[in-house]
Design a protein around this ligand. Structure first.
Ligand code: CP
Length: 307
């Protein structure tokens, strides 16, 4: 039975299929309104979320299914010390599919190993966030008409930024890609991500601390938040939090068709004055996330023989 823990659990043909299915859902929502009737999605979120949890739940409701939800580590028996493994075994007695967010890297994998239904990793610590990447890929496809031949700038917290790790893992499988990694020295992309994706596949990339100078060459600018919750001390966070703030002035140097993306939530790294720029795509990402999660739920339930 297939779960989705890391974006590389899906090959490029499967990702293309999910994008095609999402486009069909967008064009013909009525065809999908009862596909998951009598099926249940459990959303187990042991870390805060707005978009991921609600988009999974909206996705299941729009497919005609139902939702069981745990939101917050204090509201389930995890607070009494129940393990992730036991939680997964128990919840898979009630639900047909599980989406789980957890602050610990590897928690979703442990859940999948102990669940009798598919598990979707909705973010595990600073490791991976594969369904955000699916939302990102659908957005790139809808905005650019392709997933290849692009120069992608990723900017901000590349060390703890799980959305960036998953995005690079996915897009480095496309042809003719180039990455520009923009971060403070302390928040550089981890070596394991560079070694397992960029270096292994001989993808051109370079690292810089200077966003302004690279702006003119980018097709995509993927901004990320400096994440207070991942820092070991407040001083480091306060020193680094304002490293990059995208403003309309800075965007003057960008290509007229560059896409500005961000997984959200943002703090101050994209000025609200950028929201009206036609290149701002981050709220489109939010909506695309719901559509591709609909496609993913259908795919995993079908593969598990539950549809
Ligand atoms: N992008 C994202 O994961 O947002 P939430 O933390 O609100 O789910």
């Amino acid at each position: 039975m297939k779960s989705l823990i890391d974006i590389t659990d899906l090959d490029t043909v499967e990702i293309d299929g999910l994008i095609a299915d999402s486009l069909d859902i967008i064009a013909h929502p009525e065809k999908y309104a009862r596909v998951c009737e009598r099926k249940k999605l459990a959303t187990l979120f042991f870390e805060p979320s707005t978009r991921t949890r609600l988009s999974f739940e909206a996705a299941m409701y729009e497919l005609g299914g139902n939702v069981l939800s745990v939101a917050g580590s204090g509201t389930s028996s995890a607070a009494k010390g129940e393990s992730v493994a036991d939680t997964a075994r128990v919840v898979s007695c009630y639900a047909d599919i599980i989406a789980m967010r957890h602050p610990k890297e590897g928690a979703a994998l442990v859940a999948a190993m102990n669940s009798s239904v598919p598990v979707i990793n909705a973010g595990d610590g600073g490791h991976c966030h594969p369904t955000q990447t699916l939302a990102d890929l659908l957005t790139v496809y809808r905005e650019k008409g392709r997933l290849s031949g692009l120069t992608v700038g990723v900017c901000g917290d590349l060390k703890f930024g799980r959305t960036v790790h998953s995005l690079i893992g996915a897009m480095s499988r496309s042809d003719d890609m180039k990455f520009v990694l923009v971060s403070p020295a302390e928040l550089k992309l981890p070596s394991y991500v560079k070694n397992e994706t960029l270096k292994k596949r001989s993808i051109p990339y370079y690292q810089t601390e200077d966003l302004d100078s690279v702006m003119p060459e980018l097709d995509i600018l993927y901004m990320t938040r400096i994440q207070r919750e991942r820092f070991f001390n407040e001083e480091d966070y306060l020193r680094l939090r304002d490293s990059y703030i995208l403003t309309p002035e800075k965007l003057k140097r960008a290509k007229p068709d560059m896409c500005v993306m961000h997984p959200l939530p943002r703090v101050n790294e994209i000025s609200v004055a950028v929201d009206d720029d036609p290149r701002a795509c981050y709220f489109k990402q939010v909506l695309n996330g719901k559509y591709i999660r609909m496609a993913l739920i259908i795919k995993l339930l079908r593969e598990a023989g539950r549809l």
